[in-house]
Design a protein around this ligand. Sequence first.
Ligand code: HEC
Ligand code: HEC
Ligand code: HEC
Ligand code: HEC
Ligand code: HEC
Ligand code: HEC
Ligand code: HEC
Ligand code: HEC
Length: 320
Amino acid sequence: MRIVKILLTLLFLAFPVISMGEEVDEFPNPHWAEDEKLCLECHDIVPRRGSGILNLKFEGDIIAVCMRCHGLISKDKSIHATGMVPSKEMIERMPESFKGALKKDAIGRITCYSCHVMVEQCLSEYYGRREKNALFHRGGPYEKRTDLCYNCHDKSKYKKFNPHDMINDEGELRTDICTYCHDIMPDRRKVKSIKDVSFKMKRYDMLCLRCHSDDAYAVGCVTGFEEDGSPIFHTGKPQKDMVDKIKQSEKEKDAILPLALVTGNIFCGTCHNPHELGVQRRHEADVGADSHKRLRISRQNSRLCLGCHSSKEVKAFENK
Ligand code: HEC
Ligand code: HEC
Ligand code: HEC
Ligand code: HEC
Ligand code: HEC
Ligand code: HEC
Ligand code: HEC
Ligand code: HEC
């Protein structure tokens, strides 16, 4: 049994995105534990406050401690990247407690601990904070989620910069903007679809959520909310029937509904056109740019939703 367990652990670490249905239920929720046995999910022995001895598993590698479980149970959630060493400029911007958190890692990387203060869920004297700061955010609770981000990221770069503004007052293309999202500057003459362009980020939603995590809560962006209020983004993968329906709709409405490459999932850019009107030479890819909420197809009379869902499904959504 023990060997099997170790093997599984290794598998999880090596393939954090692998899907292993049943095992998921086997992870207990160790946070805010009443039972000290659960401390041992992260510590090798139950540490005592002030003893200075933590005995964290995985030789103190916090990312590994968390990913043993979250590599699987949170694989569909948007979890911030970890493992990178922040730039000097970023470190200077950080408040003391964020700087201090870097020191918990042997080489000063961003870890889960950078943003999640574990002790709030370790020691019962802090459990009272759970109500206000359910995700034990460092420096939390925050009024807006993005306030957490600005402890490290430059607020002025995020908020003031409008990447949808792609054509300057002289009517010239601002080519420097393109590589804010694209890996390589797209050649507008040659590109015929999303398949011919590449992106800076693997997770396409992140292209948008780095700025829009506070306002992408409309019906459409999300299909609902978790109990704790966190959004369930609309990121499903259309099955064969739906893909056919999308193709049909693209023809009829003369507007594209592009799906993410590799995964085939829908993402922010499926419904919204992030470009400025005129950037796209292909007419059907230009549609929706600069329109109401940048929607590729108007949401009036559920036209957008009907691009993929049947009218029966749409009625069911409305009655929910
Ligand atoms: C989900 C993983 C996890 C669980 C479960 C957990 N801890 Fe921790 N704990 C950590 C991490 C990571 C740190 C190191 C970060 C820090 O020092 O705050 C830590 C730090 C501590 C510290 C040092 C804090 C300080 O300021 O001195 C104590 C004491 C502690 N844990 C006790 C416990 C006890 C007791 C339990 C069970 C009731 C427990 N922990 C459960 C992850 C966990
Ligand atoms: C033994 C498995 C396990 C380990 C190890 C673990 N977690 Fe969790 N964690 C869970 C489970 C189970 C949940 C509940 C998830 C759910 O219901 O979706 C959870 C929930 C959370 C939540 C959301 C809080 C909530 O109440 O839903 C955060 C944040 C979190 N974990 C962070 C961490 C961090 C950071 C670490 C590493 C220091 C860590 N976890 C280690 C199993 C684990
Ligand atoms: C840069 C800050 C940051 C780092 C680093 C970070 N998180 Fe989070 N985490 C957040 C924020 C902000 C949220 C709230 C997410 C939301 O509202 O979408 C969150 C939410 C979560 C949740 C709840 C997810 C949900 O939607 O239910 C879990 C679980 C979690 N984090 C685990 C982790 C683990 C494990 C790591 C390390 C691998 C990690 N986090 C690293 C900021 C961070
Ligand atoms: C503890 C510091 C810290 C906090 C807090 C933080 N970040 Fe980051 N973030 C980083 C570092 C370091 C990088 C690596 C790239 C860089 O230097 O910009 C990064 C990169 C990113 C990236 C690009 C990485 C990728 O996935 O390709 C996005 C998007 C991002 N952060 C969004 C956010 C959002 C949204 C929040 C708030 C919920 C946030 N960050 C909070 C430190 C932080
Ligand atoms: C805010 C992020 C973002 C920026 C900035 C951006 N793009 Fe895009 N681009 C996307 C996304 C997402 C797609 C995939 C959806 C689509 O096809 O429109 C895409 C697709 C494209 C396509 C393929 C469209 C098609 O389906 O035929 C072209 C061409 C393109 N971009 C050109 C540009 C140019 C030129 C710029 C700079 C002026 C630029 N993009 C800036 C996000 C961006
Ligand atoms: C660097 C930050 C940034 C990024 C990245 C970004 N946006 Fe925006 N977005 C803005 C700003 C600034 C505006 C201007 C209007 C505003 O203030 O809401 C805007 C406006 C919008 C609007 C219209 C909102 C309204 O209320 O009219 C939509 C929809 C939108 N963006 C979608 C996207 C999508 C989809 C992506 C990813 C492909 C994306 N954005 C990436 C900053 C960003
Ligand atoms: C299935 C289609 C769909 C997807 C996918 C989608 N949205 Fe939306 N989005 C909508 C609709 C519909 C609205 C509401 C427009 C209105 O208010 O008339 C909207 C509104 C918005 C707004 C304006 C917010 C406001 O309150 O006015 C922003 C910003 C936005 N979306 C960003 C995003 C981002 C970022 C993503 C990816 C995480 C995303 N959307 C995914 C359909 C979608
Ligand atoms: C580009 C295709 C596409 C568009 C456009 C679209 N959806 Fe979806 N939607 C999907 C996919 C794919 C799923 C996931 C299907 C599944 O897993 O059952 C889904 C799932 C949903 C769900 C969850 C269904 C459930 O039973 O849990 C709701 C609610 C929903 N969509 C509402 C809408 C609304 C409202 C609109 C219009 C604003 C819309 N969708 C537009 C593709 C789309």
